[in-house]
Design a protein around this ligand. Structure first.
Ligand SMILES: Nc1nc2c(ncn2[C@@H]2O[C@H](COP(=O)(O)OP(=O)(O)O)[C@@H](O)[C@H]2O)c(=O)[nH]1
Ligand SMILES: [Mg+2]
Length: 298
């Protein structure tokens, strides 16, 4: 993942370094070195020795200049990305540990991006960290949605709150909140139907869910491979209900990587996890350093 961005940075670094190097040797260095060499010869240093000294100084200077240019470029790119990626950054696991229970997490996004799968992965992740979890089947829209999440819930040993197809998703999720409160469950994961960010009615429904169930976190899920489409969607979901963080799925598929940076920028909130496959274990915490290591590794 992130090969596209990395390639661009590398190419730019190379080009910029060449430019800076050229400026140094053409305008200043040659003349400086020439004067130096003449000075040495005039001081009775043998010509081959003077030449060797000058050549080695030249090589060292160019090398230092190159390294410095690379360092400056890397640092400034890194600083900017760090600023973008750490806006409202929080450590998810610490947040779960330290926040008043039950914690209600609402997952939103368009259809087929991996919301339901991500909820299953998240349920396992939280259980492994010792938290009790329940799931609310808030996708009452799509036939088979309840069955799909039901299979996950059963496999994971997690209680599922569900209503019949066509039911009001707000009611299902609200039931989930009541259940979690009554039974001291620590985290409620609320699924929602995939909705197009352009469908006003469905976005209004999301507002209603938000108003009534008052989630602690709203997590936007989209595919890393969706590129700029995902960025546009993230922005529209964020305009509808404030997003606290995003999860990018399908990062196991070859992607250019810029979407992670752009979504964080567009929503002003952090990327929390990456989905890296279809298994429950395929969820990795996203950390800015992790991205930098990939972008700037040699
Ligand atoms: N390769 C890959 N596939 C994923 C990932 N997350 C989800 N999927 C697949 O994407 C498809 C849609 O997932 P689903 O959870 O039903 O999406 P939803 O409509 O947003 O709930 C399924 O086939 C999932 O197995 C991921 O991180 N990597
Ligand atoms: Mg789903």
């Amino acid at each position: 993942m992130f090969d596209g961005v990395k390639k661009r940075i590398n190419a730019f670094q190379k080009e910029a370094t060449t430019l800076l190097k050229r400026e140094l040797d053409e305008k200043n260095l040659e003349k400086m070195l020439w004067d130096f060499e003449i000075g040495l010869i005039e001081s009775d240093v043998a010509l081959p020795v003077a030449e060797e000294i000058v050549q080695s100084v030249k090589a060292k200077l160019l090398d230092t200049k190159r390294k410095k240019a690379e360092e400056i470029l890397e640092n400034s790119i890194r600083d900017t990305l760090e600023k973008v990626l750490s806006v409202r950054y929080f450590d998810f696991d610490e947040y779960i540990k330290n926040t008043k229970k039950p914690i209600k997490i609402l997952f939103v996004g368009v259809n087929g991006v991996g919301k339901t799968t991500t909820i299953a992965k998240m349920a396992q992740h939280l259980q492994k960290n010792g938290h009790s979890v329940i799931i609310a089947a808030g996708d009452t829209h799509r036939a088979g949605a309840s069955e799909q999440i039901g299979i996950h819930a059963k496999r994971l040993g997690v209680k599922l709150i569900e209503h019949q197809i066509g039911a009001d998703p707000t009611a299902v999720i609200y039931d989930g909140v009541q259940y979690a409160t009554a039974r001291n469950k620590e985290v409620l994961l609320a699924d929602t139907a995939g909705r197009l960010h352009t469908k006003v009615g469905l976005m209004d429904q999301l507002k209603k869910i938000h108003r009534v169930t008052r989630p602690d976190l709203v997590i936007f899920v989209d595919e890393a491979i969706a590129g700029n489409d995902a960025v546009v969607r993230a922005k529209m979901f964020n305009d509808t209900i404030d997003i606290n963080g995003s999860i990018l799925t399908k990062a196991d598929v070859d992607v250019k990587g810029g979407a992670a940076i752009s979504i964080a920028y567009a929503t002003g909130s952090p990327i929390l996890f990456l989905g890296t496959g279809q298994e429950y274990d395929d969820l990795v915490k996203f950390q800015p350093e992790w991205l930098f290591d990939r972008l700037f590794e040699d």
